[in-house]
Design a protein around this ligand. Structure first.
Ligand code: PEP
Ligand code: MN
Length: 338
């Protein structure tokens, strides 16, 4: 919609109408009491690129259609997408998926032990970082290839599909070979070149919301992956706000908002949002209550000795009780363990 200034002349309105018509969009001129508005129906991206704000008599260009396309609920004719990961259904409204495991693969024994504990506690998939994006270049960055091999062994031992972060396009072959779901971390949500590579690897992508990304931006990032052909699971993991008491502010409102606007499954990461294991169960129950399709949660045999994110990791010995509580809440929303 192009809104003209109150002083715009008929010639200026006509010039805008003509310019739009030449691009092939359907143009409707709507004279009002004070100003004239011109509706351009069709190819909105093309219209925003015309730079109409620079034409004489134009006050502003107001986009009416949404900026995301493939992720939009309208595109799927209102049917939610259900993603099948080795038999675990994610999305669709009747299942709840529990992705659990350590922040980082630290050793073979630690990983196998946690994998077995979360499997026994009812987890649907195993998480574990091999390549870690760390705030400091001096922090532990993961065991890389060795960690992927350990995760593959944990999958063989438990049957749990593997979720691991895809940090760098140069790891594409390695990560595709070992992982069932590729996680794009919050810090890379707007790494568009990486999103394009991730979209072409033939694995579902777990896309985390950026630390300061709006939901519109999250869905446009999802479009990059969907355009390549991969499925996307969205993840709310807390955002930066003025509040510093929790590590990030978990935006639970994002979950029902996303359900209104996208067909993609939406899960919640209570661990990175909280930064403190004592808050994780409450946030998880909240996530289930607002309609999340699942959780990704950090669990460690001995969080006090963890190399990364120990303070927010649940004790493996507490996982089964945690899982029962959260699944009871998901059950109230009509969802059963995936
Ligand atoms: C993680 O899952 O360990 C992680 C680094 O998450 P995020 O990208 O959300 O910070
Ligand atoms: Mn972590």
């Amino acid at each position: 919609m192009i809104v003209m200034t109150p002083q715009a002349s008929e010639q200026q309105v006509e010039a805008v109408r003509e310019r739009l018509a030449r691009t092939g969009v359907h143009v409707v001129v709507m004279p009002g009491e004070l100003t004239t508005a011109i509706g351009a129906i069709g190819d909105p991206q093309g219209v925003t690129e015309l730079g109409l704000e620079g034409m004489d008599g134009v006050d502003r260009v107001v986009p009416i259609s949404r900026p995301y396309k493939l992720a939009s609920l309208e595109l799927s004719h209102s049917a939610p997408t259900v993603i099948d990961v080795l038999g675990r259904r994610v999305g669709g409204g009747s299942t709840f998926c529990l992705i659990a495991g350590p922040c980082t693969v630290e050793s073979r024994d630690q990983t196998i032990a946690v994998a077995q504990a979360v499997k026994a506690g009812g987890a649907s998939m195993l998480r574990g970082g091999a390549f870690k994006p760390r705030t400091s270049p001096f922090a532990f960055h993961g065991l890389g290839r060795e960690a992927l091999e350990v995760l593959a062994e944990a999958r063989a031992a438990t049957g749990l599909p593997i979720v691991t972060e895809f940090l760098d396009a140069t790891h594409a072959d390695l990560v595709r070979e070992h992982a069932d779901v590729l996680q794009i971390g919050a810090r890379n949500m707007q790494n568009y070149a990486l999103l394009e590579v991730a979209g072409k690897l033939g694995r579902p992508v777990l896309l985390k919301r950026g630390l300061s990304a709006s939901l519109d931006e999250l869905l446009q990032a999802a479009d990059y992956v969907l355009k390549g052909g991969a499925d996307v699971i969205l993840c709310e993991r807390g955002i930066r706000t003025f509040e510093t008491a929790t590590r990030f502010t978990l935006d639970l409102g994002a979950v029902p908002w996303l359900k209104l606007h996208t067909h993609l499954p939406v899960i919640v990461d209570p661990s990175h949002a909280a930064g403190d294991r004592r808050l994780v169960e409450a946030l998880s129950k909240g996530a289930a209550a607002v309609g999340a399709d699942g959780l990704i949660v950090e669990v460690h045999e001995d969080p006090t000795a963890a190399l990364c994110d120990g303070a927010q990791s649940l004790y493996a010995s507490d996982f089964a009780a945690f899982s029962r509580t959260v699944l009871a809440h998901a059950g109230l929303e009509g969802k059963q363990l995936a």
